[in-house]
Design a protein around this ligand. Structure first.
Ligand SMILES: Cc1cc2nc3c(=O)[nH]c(=O)nc-3n(C[C@H](O)[C@H](O)[C@H](O)COP(=O)(O)OP(=O)(O)OC[C@H]3O[C@@H](n4cnc5c(N)ncnc54)[C@H](O)[C@@H]3O)c2cc1C
Length: 494
């Protein structure tokens, strides 16, 4: 084997997956067909859940001063994300190129073997491993082998096609343009402000660059292998707004559609998919890159545990079980948002009604939870404790000789058991997993200390930050939960 895991694609999903595998001590080769990053601004910023995830890995300082805000929208209708319970706000206007540069640096520092200029051509799942044929940076063909292959190779994924994944859904019905342009002054326009014949949006990106989006109703979808010429975008803009922007300098031009598809399984044999390779949709509400990163964080520690032989292969089934429904809801809400901001006047009454509903806190919470990822609750085995399956809330923690936080405890990529009642018996029950799970005796203090863990005596948190077990109120006992998520104990008596 050249490596236990080969990841195809060094976009956000592939880079995060590679880093997560390395955090868990697993070697990984990342194949990336582009010799250099594209520099495209695509995904602008992070949802609240991604901010929490970057915090748990200590990545936020690498992004410097980010503009954060609770102001957002659902389908172009303004929505306040401040109704959600998080110490973080969404980050605005971090270009995807910056995000990728930072994630690449992180993955490289951790020891990922990134092979730029290397394209996957074909693959074969041999049952006990995967063989891939690649064209390397010198143009030579070679065969690489791994135990597992993960396709993080984007919406047109070759891995998905070559491994025979089903990818049902709906084809694109229309095409929209996007351009980042310099040298023209334009008033900001929120997404959803329709004009006769379509919708146009302007968002300032800083340094005199504006992002514009143009949707001219009736523009048929095209399969493009190259970006549209800027003059095509400027002409559509002028038809819709009457304003000539043809003299602006285009920094990046792109076209995209509303094709909506999701694979029916996230794993076939030894091949798994993450990110856009598993789901495509209209970019609405800034979710695609964020969901892709979160797929990778869900998969990384599980795949690492299986590779290290610490956990059985069955742990990987939970990747599909947990992330497939998240993808389904992503497709559902981007479709709904597309209808709201791309349709014409005929749906104005619907917009008015939804706008009115968003004024109710419960409604805003529900939709903001969906778009931000905060609604996610995995099935971790049942029980009455409301923390089960949810992400561990951010809490500052103090113990006899510890001062830490729930986010800091996750920096290492290991799970942790938080013992809130200095319970030696409980700690003893976790001793057989001490090579995989840290045990901390501490209590919350500061903001939220009294509410988030009220009545809770202990919490087991997975490496991705989700609560796997909590006492009281879990159906399983602690060793059973430890065994399910971290593999068998080293102690034969457990
Ligand atoms: C106009 C636009 C605006 C968007 N805005 C947002 C936003 O605001 N927020 C948000 O969250 N998302 C946004 N998105 C979506 C976001 O860009 C994607 O969801 C995200 O890039 C997916 O990441 P990924 O790692 O899964 O795939 P990608 O970023 O597509 O990365 C795939 C990588 O695989 C490589 N690759 C492909 N084939 C091969 C091969 N055969 N061999 C080797 N390498 C290969 C590619 O070169 C690429 O580097 C937007 C998308 C578009 C188009």
């Amino acid at each position: 084997m050249d490596a236990p895991v080969i990841v195809v694609g060094a976009g956000p999903a592939g880079l995060v997956l590679a880093a997560e595998l390395r955090l868990a001590g697993v070697d990984v080769i990342v194949l990336e067909k582009l010799a250099q990053r594209t520099g495209e601004s695509r995904g602008l910023g992070f949802t609240i859940r991604t901010m929490e995830i970057f915090d748990q890995r200590g990545l936020l300082p690498r992004f410097g001063d980010m503009v954060t805000s609770n102001a957002g929208h659902f389908g172009g209708l303004p929505m306040d994300f401040g109704v959600l319970d998080s110490v973080h706000q969404a980050a605005k206007s971090v270009p995807q190129s910056t995000t990728e540069a930072i994630l690449e640096q992180w993955a490289l520092e951790l020891g990922a073997d990134l092979r730029r200029g290397t394209e996957l051509l074909s693959l074969c799942d041999t049952g006990d491993g995967v063989e891939v044929e690649v064209r390397d940076a010198e143009g030579d063909r070679q065969t690489l082998t791994a135990r597992w292959l993960v396709g993080c190779d984007g919406g047109r994924s070759k891995v998905r096609k070559a491994a025979g994944f089903d990818f049902p859904g709906t084809a694109a019905t229309m095409e929209m343009y996007l351009a980042d342009i310099r040298g023209v002054e334009l008033e900001p326009r929120m997404i959803g402000q329709t004009v006769a014949g379509g919708m146009v949006m302007v968002g300032p990106l800083g340094d005199g660059v504006n992002r514009i989006i143009v949707c001219e109703r009736g523009t048929p979808p095209q399969r493009r292998d190259a970006p549209p010429p800027y003059q095509e975008v400027a002409a559509a803009w002028e038809r819709l707004t009457g304003i000539d922007i043809s003299h602006a300098e285009p920094v990046w031009v792109s076209a995209f559609g509303d094709a909506t598809r999701q694979v029916t399984e996230y794993r076939r044999g030894r091949v798994l998919l993450a990110g856009d390779a598993a789901h495509i949709h209209l970019p609405a509400g800034g979710q695609g890159m964020n969901t892709s990163i979160q797929d990778a964080v869900n998969l990384g520690w599980k795949l690492a545990a299986v590779v290290r032989g610490a956990a059985p292969e069955a742990l990987l089934d939970s990747y599909h079980e947990e992330r497939f429904p998240v993808g389904q809801r992503l497709l559902m809400n981007t479709r709904a948002q597309g209808l709201l901001f791309l349709s014409g006047d005929e749906i104005q009454p619907l917009r008015d009604v939804v706008g009115e509903l968003l004024g109710y806190e419960e409604v805003a919470k529900h939709l903001a939870g969906m778009v931000s990822g905060l609604e996610i609750r995995y099935d971790v085995g049942g029980g009455a404790n409301p923390l089960l399956g949810r992400r561990m809330p951010h809490l500052e923690l103090v113990g006899e000789d510890v001062k830490t936080s729930s986010a800091k405890l996750l920096r290492s990529g290991r799970g942790f058991l938080l013992d809130l009642e200095d319970n030696a018996h409980l700690r003893g029950r976790a001793a057989g997993w001490s090579d995989r799970v840290d045990v901390v005796t501490a209590v919350p203090h500061g903001v939220g200390a009294n509410s988030a863990l009220a009545g809770v005596s202990a919490v087991l948190v997975r490496p991705d930050g989700h609560v796997a077990w909590a006492a009281p109120g879990s159906h399983h006992d602690l060793p059973m939960a430890l065994g399910r998520w971290f593999g068998p104990s080293r102690n034969p008596l457990d």
